[in-house]
Design a protein around this ligand. Structure first.
Ligand SMILES: *[C@@H]1O[C@H](CO)[C@@H](O)[C@H](O)[C@H]1NC(C)=O
Ligand SMILES: *[C@@H]1O[C@H](CO)[C@@H](O)[C@H](O)[C@H]1NC(C)=O
Ligand SMILES: *[C@@H]1O[C@H](CO)[C@@H](O)[C@H](O)[C@H]1NC(C)=O
Ligand SMILES: *[C@@H]1O[C@H](CO)[C@@H](O)[C@H](O)[C@H]1NC(C)=O
Length: 224
């Protein structure tokens, strides 16, 4: 085996380890942003762009543009570069905060947070990543982007159907629990009556039997 081959074999575990570390750090899921904001509350405008080539070094900046409902053109809203955010739109001065990746120039989450949403914030938001991959002797640039149409509502509207179904859920959960308790008592009595044999069964098996239906109870007794 040549010296070069030996060296490569020695380096293999290290390389694997390095890959693993970058894979762990690169765990990223592209979740779509919410689109319904509530007036006078905060709202997170989500924009996630996962880096496909996790092992390649990259740096990214994020720019946001905004087009209000009554406007026809996008205007610059916010820029985040070199870990510094800059609000460009006077309508949003003091009202925007960075909610994306922190302490890194390799941004994958470009989300921003609107404080005190107003009805004038209704409109279309566009977020563009400018990501530069650095290979050993060249650079490669991509610009993944997302468009989010945001609607501002007075408060979160909750349909009657949703409330009714929640009530039904609780009613059925409580009903089933009561039924289970009654069934357990019924089975317990039957089994005790069956004598010592059944009492020797472990507590776990007791429960298993109790959760079966009445018919099963009867057949257990028959078998004994
Ligand atoms: C923020 O952006 C404006 C133009 O949009 C620019 O004039 C200003 O210098 C920027 N501020 C910082 C701190 O980058
Ligand atoms: C987003 O920013 C807001 C305002 O600064 C903050 O309250 C919130 O905790 C942030 N959320 C995340 C996930 O960083
Ligand atoms: C939102 O606006 C109200 C008044 O318009 C103000 O009292 C409140 O402090 C603001 N909240 C935030 C988080 O900026
Ligand atoms: C937005 O992304 C698409 C691909 O998803 C790309 O073709 C397009 O050039 C991007 N637009 C901008 C403004 O970067």
């Amino acid at each position: 085996m040549s010296a070069v081959q030996e060296l490569l074999l020695m380096l293999l575990p290290l390389t694997l380890l390095a890959c693993q570390v970058s894979l762990c750090r690169g765990a990223c899921v592209e979740v779509d942003s919410d689109t319904e904001a509530v007036a006078n509350q905060g709202f997170k405008l989500g924009c996630i762009s996962c880096k496909m080539r996790g092992e390649v070094d990259a740096r990214a900046s994020v720019t946001w543009h905004f087009k209000a409902a009554d406007e026809t053109e996008f205007t610059p809203l916010y820029t985040y570069e070199n870990e510094v955010g800059n609000i460009s739109d006077p309508r949003f001065y003091e009202r925007l905060d960075w909610n994306g990746s922190k302490n890194t120039k390799d941004l994958q989450d470009g989300s921003i947070y609107i404080l005190n949403v107003t009805f004038k914030d209704t409109g279309t938001y566009h977020c563009v990543f400018k990501r530069v991959f650095t290979y050993s002797n060249y650079e490669y640039q991509t610009s993944p982007n997302k468009t989010i149409v945001v609607n501002v509502v007075p408060r979160l509207t909750r349909g009657l159907a949703s409330i009714l179904s929640e009530v039904m859920m609780y009613v059925s959960i409580i009903g089933l629990q009561l039924w289970l308790v009654v069934e357990m008592i019924y089975c317990y009595r039957k089994i005790s009556a069956a004598g010592e044999e059944a009492l020797r069964e472990s507590a776990a098996e007791y429960l298993a039997i109790a959760s079966e239906s009445k018919d099963n109870c009867a057949s257990v007794q028959m078998a004994e």
